[in-house]
Design a protein around this ligand. Sequence first.
Ligand SMILES: [Zn+2]
Length: 348
Amino acid sequence: MPVGTLGTVKAVSPDELRDLGANMVLGNTYHLFLRPGSDRVERLGGLHSFMRWDGPLLTDSGGFQVFSLAAIREIHEEGVVFRSHIDGSSHEFTPERVMEIQRELGADVAMAFDHCPPGDCERSEIVEANERTLRWLERCRRRFGELEQRDGRTDQAMFPVLQGGTHVDLRRQHVRQFKELGDWVGWGIGGLSVGEKKSGMLDVLEALHGEIPTDRPRYLMGVGYPCDLIEAVSRGCDMFDCVAPTRNARHGTAWTASEGQVNLKGARFRDDTDPIDPDCDCYACTRFDRAYVRHLVAAGELLGMRLVSIHNLRFLVRLGELAREHILLGDFPSWSRDWLERYHGTGV
Ligand SMILES: [Zn+2]
């Protein structure tokens, strides 16, 4: 899922997203709540209509942003009090409020409000966050059900968010506790890719593999880079979101199949008449060469950022398409091993 933080995937239009094969987009509850306001988005017809995206839309719970972005905060059982990073105004997110905001935005998939502790915190803090997340999940589900009844609509789904850091036992326990609460249409895996070692993340995904029902989508939140995507798919993950494709693009960094990650600002691309990635079928790669994209990026031209964003998004979407293709063919293990070997071989 390309990340549309403020109701836009930075520098890329909804038509371009559709053309590059994106079939679901993520919006950020925290950001949209503050600006332009979820009540305003609702009055204007909901986020689909507001941003002219008619495909599936998922909104996160705002938990991650509140715990990482908002300047001053107070965490208590009721919810989290925080100050806006924009104007310092004070707000409170509770599990109930977060369900209401995501309803106002009109997401197809809403995420439960979770307590996401920092990646480097003590085990006792993680235990506490897990317990709170579980209690908050019950409150989210209750409010979610009330909103369904109020509106007479059941076309929004809610995913719970698993926490537990890199503690495999706490992760397993969390899944079991969630399963006792009910049958979920999908599962969010949070609290990873927050600064822990890569092997820690993979161990957790490995452990969760046998615990989360295999017939439900598994959403690894905030991940990732091309190799993370392949490693996570091998461990059963289905959905991803990350700002890396567009954020890297704005700095001139592109992913390629044969050379890994390259910075297009490099002088070696000055006279290079190849596309960004000769293997890619995106708009940028079928129309422009590296020399031109390098010139745009080095000069800080907006088109340069747009072209590299389109390319990076297509690169990840296509990687997902290829993974799916090889799962269906039955040769995903050997294909992914070769892919990773080739990609790592580039020195990434
Ligand atoms: Zn491309």
